[in-house]
Design a protein around this ligand. Sequence first.
Ligand SMILES: Nc1nc2c(c(=O)[nH]1)N[C@H]1C(S)=C(S)[C@@H](COP(=O)(O)OP(=O)(O)OC[C@H]3O[C@@H](n4cnc5c(=O)[nH]c(N)nc54)[C@H](O)[C@@H]3O)O[C@H]1N2
Ligand SMILES: Nc1nc2c(c(=O)[nH]1)N[C@H]1C(S)=C(S)[C@@H](COP(=O)(O)OP(=O)(O)OC[C@H]3O[C@@H](n4cnc5c(=O)[nH]c(N)nc54)[C@H](O)[C@@H]3O)O[C@H]1N2
Ligand code: SF4
Ligand SMILES: [Mo]
Length: 893
Amino acid sequence: MSVTEATEIKTTCAYCGVGCGIVAEKPPIDAEVIVVSGDPLHPANLGRLCSKGSALGETVHHENRLLYPMVNGNRVTWDAALTDVVSRLQSTIEQYGPQSVALYGSGQLLTEDYYVANKLMKGFVGSANIDTNSRLCMASTVAGHKRAFGTDTVPGCYEDLELADCLVLVGSNMAWCHPVLYQRIRAVKQSRGDRMKVVIIDPRRTDTCDIADLFLPIQPGTDSVLFNGLLIWLLEQEKVDHSYIIQHTSGFDRTLELARVTSPTVQVVSKKCGLEPEVVEIFYRWFAENDRSVTAWSQGVNQSSAGTDKVNAIINCHLATGRIGKPGSTPFSLTGQPNAMGGREVGGLANQLAAHLEFNRPDDVERVARFWQAPNMVGKPGLTAVEMFDAVSRGDIRFIWIMGTNPVVSMPDADRVKEALTLCPTVVVSDCIRNTDTADVADILLPAAGWSEKDGTVTNSERRISRQRRLRAPVGESRYDWSIMAEVGRRLGYGEAFSFQSPVEVFREHAALSAFENHPTMRPRDFDIGGLMHITGEGYDGLVPIQWPIPDTTSVGQARLFEDGHFFTETGKANFVPVSELAPVNMPDDNYPLILNTGRVRDHWHTMTRTALAPRLSQHRDEPFVELHPDDAASREITDQSLVVVSSQYGQVVVRARVTTHQQSGHVFVPMHWSGQFSRSGRVGSVVNPVVDPFSHQPDNKYTPVELRRFVAERYGVLLSRSPIALPETEYAVSVKSAACYRYELATAHDRESGFSAFLPELLSASKVEYDDVANGVKRCLYLQDGEVVAILFESQSYESLIDRAGLESAFIDDQDMALPQWQLLSGQPGKGAGCQGRQVCACFGVGENAIVSTIQQEKLDSVESVGDVLDAGTNCGSCIPEIRQLLASVNG
Ligand SMILES: Nc1nc2c(c(=O)[nH]1)N[C@H]1C(S)=C(S)[C@@H](COP(=O)(O)OP(=O)(O)OC[C@H]3O[C@@H](n4cnc5c(=O)[nH]c(N)nc54)[C@H](O)[C@@H]3O)O[C@H]1N2
Ligand SMILES: Nc1nc2c(c(=O)[nH]1)N[C@H]1C(S)=C(S)[C@@H](COP(=O)(O)OP(=O)(O)OC[C@H]3O[C@@H](n4cnc5c(=O)[nH]c(N)nc54)[C@H](O)[C@@H]3O)O[C@H]1N2
Ligand code: SF4
Ligand SMILES: [Mo]
């Protein structure tokens, strides 16, 4: 290595919209692990990383990587794969027209990938059927922003959440989903104490409530009623800013009128929202009294059949008080994916054009066409996600290219999506992972370079553009998404428009389009990064994180917008949007009396294609589950840890019960993460109703009527295997990667004589040592190859009699001291150092519940800090602090 070559490279985390900066050690191409740490100079995280970010370097090994192109299951050359893509695309268009083709993308693509995708589809293929998983994520906020501001603009920045005297979090489990931002707020809250009020609005008590001064366990879907009530309260308490309203807004009176209908009094609001009037009043008072108030929201607002209205009901309260884009005073949407914002900038959604230009302005269509020199410019919006897969299902879309997303898992009514794709004549999937539920139904697989191999930009929740930098060359034959699409563009005959040779060339064009005819006298837009349109390769390589707008080369970025009360509507004024009360489309009934809410867990990312590769991210929640209230459990004879069938009119899952009072009676929660790759029956998308918001077309993932019943298992099993095996075809099967082996949790309703071994073809050639422990009702079997234990299977009619799994795992640790004699394994006694830690709490240091509880007891600990001093738990990313606090409370009373 030459002395000038960098050994450390700065890049950006691949996961959430916080957009944390990372310092990575430059790895060799075949590195199994990359050493990462938080970038102390990145403004988003100032050196912090959460459990997922700090484990990123453990997910870059080649296990399950898609290394070369494949057609119909066979390896092919890139040339053959692209020839096939292009000829199928062309023949589909020739026969059925451009509306018969679609591209379904992702907020995890880089801006450069996204820009090329949008240009290819809307300007050259001639179809606006390009939508993305951001439809499932941010569409309601986009629609709400546009209705209010005329543009899709996030007015504030992260610092505002720290500066707020009243911080309201609506439908956001920030402690788990935006953990580094949450830690920033926790630190401020700790030092400011009561001077900072934190209000959490969520139907379930999440770990985010750890810093709450006030918790509003709202009835799902009723947020608009609550915020309409706040608007009335503000007026009655003379807290509205009349001069701001007159000078900078329109539509106040009509909005107020409707708010009076839905939310005339605190009593009415409380009743509709299922809240105590006193609690509602405290919230209203705190918001009214504090000029510095921030309302931040996420999927509890967006993923709703009333999502867009919820967004506007919130913004209405900020407009009425003039609290927009001011320090510590703003509405703030938390974006989910690392580049959710970048996707919106390039116009990645079917109803956007590009660079915040709009279909509903004919000039804009012409403007983009002229800029791109586009021969087939589309003039009107295409199909949105749910409509798109419906069109696939009907046979109207016959060619679909899916890139950077896994719709067979993440779409609502997901079995129907799977069926539609199975029937679709051409499904192209670009992914870095070989086996995903969507890749399984693809005709053509294109290997994409992944995080650590790609170069480009992402934009985080506070409009900050950061570089993702290449740490090493793409593995196998994988290629960059933008370059794959550019090659397709060239092969379609558009050589000049797709002549890009590097991401900076794409970025320059994107920046130029943002500035194109963008000035006060022509077509002013908020999104303007024209200052970067001539950026050199070196400048791009060295680009430091910067917040748009960046209109000229001297711009240093801008933390806030709209501070001057000027908006991007025709009149320059913001719009109040009258918000009515939209009833849920599907209501609970006798058959499906419970409401299913779905969302995220702390350590997994979406469909687990990457986080499941890291053992330490797979322990905190190791199986798909349903959280339910003790009353709902008792009335159905469901106990904690039992298996439960959750069903709706669309489909069903079988998951493990977690009985908890954090869940309200009548509501249940199932995480979205488990796919067919890691569980036989945990893919909750098949249960979720395909109901969408009427304005944004965003699906409601938080409200599906369901019923629960106990899954009656005749036999349970736990299998530990040194190598991964195919997921056994039993009614319940879940795989969990551990540090030393792969664990499979099994259950079946049939008590076959052969037990589970019949489902384990991989182990047929191994020799077996068995022991039938009749006294304890457990059968134990060791599978041996060359005298070495390759797998252990325990089975029993009762789940409780299967012993601690952590103890058994030590059998696979290549350490003489830890190795257990075979008799001990067969006797079912936990080994040395085993049993031991219990369920994982701290992912960063691998500390389990039993260890924490016994240390609290033995050392008489009474604070989170003292637990950290002794065990390190909670001292790195801090995500487990709420759980440590709960353990302290349960031990110390
Ligand atoms: N660990 C982890 N972090 C992630 C992700 C991940 O997969 N894993 N994904 C990222 C992405 S893409 C996204 S979009 C974000 C999502 O981040 P969040 O939106 O914070 O996460 P969710 O769990 O989807 O839902 C948030 C909360 O909304 C609540 N909710 C449900 N219905 C209602 C309602 O009617 N009103 C209100 N007020 N609340 C309601 C739910 O109970 C839940 O606690 O997370 C990002 N960060
Ligand atoms: N029930 C329920 N469903 C939901 C939600 C919910 O709360 N509940 N949330 C919704 C939301 S907010 C979101 S954002 C979606 C997320 O849902 P998805 O987007 O379907 O989930 P991911 O697992 O993130 O899928 C990303 C895919 O891209 C691949 N990938 C990673 N990097 C690259 C790359 O550089 N190039 C390419 N080509 N591929 C890459 C990954 O391996 C993975 O297969 O789920 C939605 N679905
Ligand atoms: S909070 Fe965690 S997941 Fe999100 S960007 Fe930062 S390190 Fe990555
Ligand atoms: Mo998302």
